[in-house]
Design a protein around this ligand. Sequence first.
Ligand code: AMP
Ligand code: MG
Length: 399
Amino acid sequence: MITASDALRIISENIPRAPLVTISVDDALGCTLGEEIIASGNIPPFDNAAMDGYALRAEDVASVPTTLRLAGEIAAGHASSLTLFPHEAVSIMTGAPIPGGCTAVVQYEWTVRPDADHVTVLRNVPEGHNVRKQGADIADGSVALRKGTLVRPQEIGLLASLGRRYIAIHRKPRVAVLATGDELVEIDKRLLPGTIRNSNAHLLHALIRQAGCEVILSEIARDDPDELRRKVALCLQADMVVTTGGVSVGKYDLVCEAYEHNGISILFRKVKIKPGMPLVFGVRPPVVVFGLPGNPVSTMVTFLKFVRPALDLMTGRGTPGKKYQLHARLAETIVKSDGKRHYVRGVLVNDPDGLVVKPTGSQVSNVLTSMVKADCLIILEEEKSRFNAGEFVEIELMP
Ligand code: AMP
Ligand code: MG
């Protein structure tokens, strides 16, 4: 049995990168940038007004109130050839280019109009006031986005502002899902005595999609050696195979045999964690294979802690997982004695003194309702056996 960190190390040493493809920026949500984005122009492209008001020379309003002659009006979207003479101002709209000679924009609220041709400025403003300088956000030729960046809506907006219609991304990994067990029936079939619904397949599809990846095949296999071998073989057309069930020590836990029969080298079979101890990882390059335990909570926790980081590596994302880790105070004492790393389903409460985390009830691995109530996992390290109420623990948000 190996530790969770050793398991993650072995996984990360064996994950190939998905190949690069070029796609439209509008299809890139949830993908990972496969190229460095170098700005081919300035953002903003020209000096412009940050507010509706009057563009002027800051030195003309050093002592206020002072009245300036109005030389015209500039709206957003219109280039201006105007150059201001001393003691002149021009009415300007947000986003409109700053005319020559102007060094500041005073907002309407700080002015009055004695007549149609003049404006009286009531407050003085420093040079640069309300002026958005060319290139202040992104300078021409600079790195706007790093390779490996997750493309979120804000990255799409930035790429569009740079005029990037197409970008290189790592192609979405294609995942095959194989649920195993004689007891499984599809969710729309009647339950016969002794059967349960194949909830894991649906749970996994959602987790895979949430990770920005694609399910290309979803199968159920009976606990039958031939059927398992056949279905595992079918799944090997994907970049990654995720099976559930059949990896503990029961008489019908035949999944590892079906892996080996298909030339998959098993790199570990058990991890010192709870839930999810019988976790299998294997490779048949370039395909990687995860055998997750069958209980739904074990399936979900092992996916989040081991499969998701593997998918992040495939898509070229940097150190996976880290950004969701926070610390919170425990609402109640937890005692454990098995030397395993525990992932406890928790719910966060925003207490006036900071974040407090509370376990969501029964932690047995078939109870999905305590996962439904949870918004995070509380991570309890291997060596320690007592975690006191009020103590800070590591938590990981479940988006
Ligand atoms: P196993 O690892 O095959 O021994 O399964 C452990 C537990 O998880 C058993 O109670 C199974 O019935 C249950 N289980 C296995 N596969 C699924 C599945 N696809 N959906 C829901 N429960 C499952
Ligand atoms: Mg089974």
